[in-house]
Write a protein that binds this ligand. Structure first.
Ligand code: URP
Ligand code: ZN
Ligand code: ZN
Length: 466
């Protein structure tokens, strides 16, 4: 493998920004030099990537994706190959996806099946969380073995009764087990029992359009579930990570818990910062393109979430990338919103979307790097190989042009889905060059890497004070 120097750029870390040349030998970063000092012969590079006027940032870490995931009688549209290719185009060099336990079967079986789908197909490095949909003596006992395989986080659902749902007793037991085996519980916090009542009442009133997906999942039921999850985690003494937090009510619960010293972190997603429930109320069936759970909220929530990101109450931005094509997939729910497959595409645009927070003065560029790379790498046991630019770290690097303006469109994106939630949105700042473990994947608007070069990441336990 080659020796590469990325010269002339500004290195952005969670802790500060400084001009430096980044030297790579093979798969790793070996040194950071004062700009220009390698001309004195400190490092002989096979090739130099000129980053003058650009930011050099650690590759993005998206800890919430669903490639080729079975759901609602179909399968999410991106494979591990197309989805990780799209991720790379957008400057994400690590994903953590999910293996899903089927009810009545085991965790190892689910993990092996997911590994068979992903291994050898990912363009970038990947890890797996485990969705536990059947909490019982046997699946709890299996959690130890999963941790040995590098699955150090387990997702539970307070939504979707009869499918993925766990009741409070099951949640408590899984949290106790997680505390014992040094794993993190990830929680989908919506009160699914109450939501199912509201959904069936809406359908009885013949409210069938996509917009009723949002009105039957009110934000107060996300707040309630978030509160309950936090209390149960406190009882169990387990670290808790709230996924896809969408609502001010849920954020308030996280803030109160963190202020009281609880081991709670939360992620939000770009869709909850840029899109709102009004998108579900478009003419025809177009609103189906925006159906995900928790649902998009009123735009009044956006400000709270941005403040949460800036002030440290929200720890991570992940995508919850779960794409379904409009034609043939979302369409299945015509005439019954409850049958629309839940999920939005987004893995390609997370880094650039959240950079708009820097452009608009909502967050610093250091916080941008922290939210999209450093913090997720730390919280999910991948740091310091991932999420940081320092000697010894994997050479997962992005050269980011902070000034170029471009427009998001399904016509030019790389995700295997026939629409974009952000169609026509102008973004300032663009991913220019992407390296994964020293391999150049994207440069000058072309994919120049090899398919299938991504490796499985055996993740460590979360830090003690998650
Ligand atoms: O609507 C969503 N979020 N679909 C993906 C599955 C999940 O709950 O994260
Ligand atoms: Zn979820
Ligand atoms: Zn998800």
């Amino acid at each position: 493998m080659s020796r590469i120097l990325i010269s002339g750029g500004t290195v952005v870390a969670a802790t500060g920004s400084f001009p430096a040349d980044v030297a790579i030998d093979g798969e790793r970063i070996v040194s950071l030099f004062e700009p220009g000092s390698t001309l004195l012969g400190h490092f002989n590079a096979d090739r130099v990537i000129d980053a003058t006027g650009k930011l050099v940032v650690p590759g993005g870490v998206d800890v919430h994706t669903h490639m080729e995931m079975p759901s609602a009688g179909t399968v999410s549209a991106d494979t591990f190959e197309t989805g990780t290719l799209a991720a790379a185009w957008g400057g994400t060099t690590t994903i953590v996806d999910f293996a899903g336990q089927a009810r009545g079967s085991g965790l190892r079986q689910a993990w092996e099946a997911e590994m068979a789908k992903a291994e050898g197909r990912c363009v970038i490095d990947f890890g797996l969380h485990m969705i536990v949909s059947d909490v019982n003596d046997s699946s709890l006992a299996e959690m130890d073995g999963m941790v040995q395989e590098g699955v150090t986080s387990f997702k539970l659902f307070m939504a979707y009764p009869g499918v993925l749902y766990s009741d409070d007793g099951q949640i408590l037991r899984a949290m106790q087990k997680a505390a014992q085996c040094a794993a993190t519980i990830m929680m989908h916090a919506e009160n699914g029992i109450a939501i199912d009542v509201l959904v069936s009442q809406a359908l009885q009133r013949n409210e069938r359009d996509p917009k009723y997906h949002a009105s039957s999942r009110p934000s107060i039921l996300e707040g309630e579930a978030t509160h309950r999850a936090i209390v149960l985690a406190q009882v169990a003494g387990a670290p808790l990570y709230i996924v896809h937090l969408s609502a001010a009510e849920a954020l308030a619960e996280v803030v109160a818990a963190r202020d009281a010293g609880a081991l709670v972190h939360a992620e939000t997603c770009p869709q909850y910062l840029f899109l709102s429930a009004g998108s579900l109320d478009q003419p025809g069936f177009e609103g189906a393109k925006f159906v995900c759970s928790p649902p998009l909220r009123g735009s009044s929530h956006h400000e709270d979430l941005w403040r949460g990101l800036a002030g440290g109450d929200l720890s991570v931005v992940a995508t919850d990338h779960c794409p379904f094509c409009f034609k043939g997939q979302k369409e299945v729910g015509r005439g019954d919103f409850s049958r629309i497959p839940n999920g939005l595409p987004g893995v390609e645009h997370r880094m650039e979307l959240i950079y708009q927070g820097v452009v608009e003065g909502r967050i610093s560029q250091e916080r941008w790097v922290e939210l999209t790379s450093t913090a997720p790498a730390r919280l999910f046991g991948m740091y310091p190989a991932k999420g940081v630019i320092q000697p010894g770290a994997d050479a997962d690097l992005v050269v980011f042009d902070p000034t170029t303006v471009h427009t998001v469109s399904a016509a030019s994106h790389h995700m295997a889905v026939d629409y974009s939630c952000y169609e026509g949105l102008d973004l300032t700042g663009r991913v220019e060059t992407v390296l994964s473990r020293g391999r150049v994947l994207v440069e000058r608007g072309a994919f120049v890497g090899a398919l299938g070069g991504g490796r499985y990441l055996k993740r460590a336990a979360p830090p003690a004070h998650l």
